[in-house]
Design a binder for this molecule. Structure first.
Ligand SMILES: [Zn+2]
Length: 464
């Protein structure tokens, strides 16, 4: 709102109440959408790492709201998808929601406290609309109830859009029954084609685009919330209208801090925009990437910067993930994961303070990479500090959220039987002083991607 960095001072002391605009569940979210949910996850974890407690809500838009504010010309994507698939809108919404939650899990995104559905909160929306009419912020016409933007003094304060500018830029066709072109629907009636309809004091119909977020944030987080997030495309009109509704119906400033993430841009010309909208986690898997590599790629850009997506950027993220995993493998082999070690405070403090500066994830990642390089060069001299390094990495991973996945992968990693058989043969060859054969076996093991490491207990096989 202020276009400045603000100190976070939650109303309830250390408890931060966060509202995230969630997905519209007509279609599986693409990678660009998932950036938004990763940003929300990094924010929540970074706040926790800095000592805050979190109450976090993300709505699921499962009612037929229109995707454009121009409600008379807009197309309801949920209903369109339902018609095309010959399913009910509820079935489409349920299937896409399940897929969405599975995608969150695959990206190791921690679950919010709740994912309330718009369709379960029609009564709460009606209540706010009644209040807005009562307070002179809304009016009824033959097609529904509209918000009167001229009645709300602060309209445009978030996006910088003044009412004059909006009026000058509007077409006559969008005005219809509205008093001002920026007036927006709170409730629509008289639309028998619409599949999802509910009773209301103004007739059978359905809610407008924005009212659900005002209703659900109030119900679960109260009248004023600490942080509200969304994509930069949500700023206008969606968030501007949320402010007009929530502050028009209540007495508190709606939100203390707004945070909007920038878009994903496709960095390779050969990736057309339409393809970008088709990119999902399955596209990554088909190309051999772990979803976690995408998590790391998103972490590498600051949320307010446009993020370039390309296959070469994915390769770089995957390579970083590999070297991190190799370091962890060495540490684990040294028994580091069983150590009760404390972490290196100076490193972890540097990591946390980078995250505390407007969620500066690229700066935090630089701290981690520098530490990885140090750890790699340090390990060759001594394994004694392995436990300390492990603990330090794991502390940083509370926000990064990729190493905990690798720990699971590493614990499932065993040396394949054929490689172990070659290693056993080599031990036998050495015992028989057949060194040519032992060297040949070592070469064969290495050609298969494993190395032999001589330790006090004898030779050990590890993955290259
Ligand atoms: Zn919203």
């Amino acid at each position: 709102m202020t276009k400045e960095e603000e100190v976070l001072e939650p109303a309830d002391g250390q408890m931060v109440r966060i509202y995230h605009c969630g997905p519209t569940v007509y279609k599986r979210p693409h990678l660009g959408n998932m950036r938004r949910f990763l940003f929300a996850d990094f924010l929540r974890r970074a706040l926790e790492a800095n000592g805050f407690k979190i109450k976090e809500i993300m709505n699921i838009t499962d009612v037929g709201h229109l995707t454009r504010d121009d409600i008379d010309e807009g197309e309801d994507k949920l209903e369109k998808e339902a018609r095309e698939k010959k399913l009910s809108p509820q079935d489409v919404a349920r299937r896409v929601t399940e897929q969405f939650l599975a995608d969150l899990d695959a990206l190791n995104i921690q679950r919010a406290n709740r994912y309330p559905k718009a369709s379960d909160h029609i009564a709460e929306m009606v209540e706010i609309i009644e209040k807005l009419i009562e307070r002179g912020h809304a009016y009824q016409t033959d097609t529904g109830v509209y918000y009167d933007v001229t009645s709300f003094e602060g309209y445009g304060k978030l996006s910088g859009n003044s009412l004059d500018k909006i009026e000058a830029g509007s077409r006559v066709a969008v005005r219809g029954e509205k008093k001002h072109p920026a007036d927006f629907a709170l409730w629509k009636i008289d639309d028998p084609e619409h599949l999802q309809q509910w009773d209301s004091p103004w007739g059978r119909g359905y809610p407008g685009w924005h009212i659900e977020c005002s209703a659900m944030s109030k119900k679960y987080l109260g009248d004023d919330i600490d942080i509200h997030t969304g994509g930069e495309d949500n700023k206008f009109p969606h968030h501007e209208n949320e402010i007009a509704q929530s502050e028009g119906a209540g007495d508190e400033p709606f939100v203390r801090i707004w945070m909007h993430n920038a878009h994903l841009v496709l960095g390779e010309a050969k990736l057309a925009k339409s393809e970008g909208e088709q990119l999902t986690l399955d596209t990554l898997r088909e190309r051999g990437y772990s979803p976690i590599a995408y998590r790391l790629l998103v972490f590498a850009s600051h949320y307010r910067s446009k993020m370039n997506f390309s296959w070469s950027a994915m390769d770089e993220a995957a390579a970083l993930l590999d070297s991190l995993k190799q370091l962890m493998r060495i540490l684990k082999d040294a028994g580091a994961d069983n150590e009760e070690a404390s972490y290196e405070e100076e490193i972890v403090n540097g990591w946390r303070s980078a995250l505390g500066k407007d969620l500066n994830t690229p700066e935090a990642l630089a701290v981690l990479i520098k530490y990885m390089h140090w750890a790699n060069s340090h390990l060759s001299k001594s394994n004694e500090e392995a436990g300390l390094i492990w603990a330090t990495l794991m502390e940083m991973d509370k926000v990064l959220g990729v190493m905990e996945i690798m720990v699971k992968e590493l614990s499932e990693e065993t040396v394949p039987a054929d490689i172990q058989a070659l290693a056993d043969k080599r031990i036998k060859a050495r015992a028989e002083r057949n060194f040519d054969e032992a060297d040949r076996l070592r070469g064969e093991i290495e050609a298969k991607g494993y190395v032999l490491e001589d330790t006090d207990q004898g030779a050990r096989v590890i993955r290259k």
